[in-house]
Design a protein around this ligand. Sequence first.
Ligand code: PLP
Length: 364
Amino acid sequence: MQYKQAATAHIDLDALQFNLGKIKQQAPNSKIMAVVKANGYGHGLRDIAQNANVDAFGVARIEEALQLRACGIVKPILLLEGFYSPVDLPVLTTNNIQTVVHCVEQLDALEQAELEQPVSVWLKIDSGMHRLGVRPEHYSDFVRRLKACPNVVKPLRYISHFACADELDNTMTTEQISRFRQLTDDEQGERSMAASAGLLAWPESQFDWVRPGIIMYGVSPFVEKNAADMGYRPVMTLKSHLIAVSDVKAGESIGYGTIWKSERDTRIGVIAIGYGDGYPRTAPSGTPVVVNGRTVPIAGRVSMDMLTVDLGPNAQDKVGDEAILWGEQLPVEVVASHIGTLGYELVTKLTARVAMSYHYKAGQ
Ligand SMILES: *Cc1c(COP(=O)(O)O)cnc(C)c1O
């Protein structure tokens, strides 16, 4: 038997560049802040950032920003939720990291800090999502204090986030845009509202900066529409291979809990991937997997290191043959809909046991 890597995430860096090109076409007048939080949505923070030709990066945690700096990224980096503690402020200035300000605690900390350099600040406005941000009635107070604060770079920038941009007929998005514009139309500083769904579906939300995360990775932000149908290419293809193929008889059950019984004589394939790799245990029987170009259903419960598929009677698949869990040939959105989740969660939740394999044709 030849050596075989078990669960491997193949990362297609050409697809990443292709997707960024499409984003630029769809938002031609905006700068791009590529969102690489959560280890680049599971794709690998460093490799994604080093291969993304964009204007800036967005992250959720200061540790992620510092990792980017440590691997040589010199472009602007924004902490999308801002800093969590006043002790972070000198770290921001030393490492040239921009911050969101969404609450009065952050504002107080900025006013009280003694910093050698001022910090670049994006004022987060709650335009209706009611998760983070300054409510419209507190807006002018925040702007006044931030503009007066010597620790803050001028002009201020302005940012907000949509609650329902993935719902194409929801009027919430236009209401959020008009609230944001009412507050900021007369300001000098740059503005940003759109993540993936906004930039794709609501061109009027693009403003100076778009903040694509999921679509950059070739996964759709919409429930009803796959990224492939919108012309994007999946960056991640999750693969493993068959480690056993065996015959079962009609009426026999497979795996833990005997939750799946074969209705016919068939062949069952065992694939070396499970919830220990981040493939969800909640994936029900029937969830698709691609083996040798055919879509076959999961049969029985996903276990920690393995899952089982019904290859069909007389299947010719052999031990060692490749299985694709999602990506090329099988959109992660389709898999996610069987599991009752989103592509976002599947790609982001892979565990450290999955080998990462980076592929880049164009540069060679
Ligand atoms: C995660 C995030 C994004 C990117 O969202 P996608 O839907 O993945 O494009 C953009 N902006 C903020 C504030 C975020 O937290």
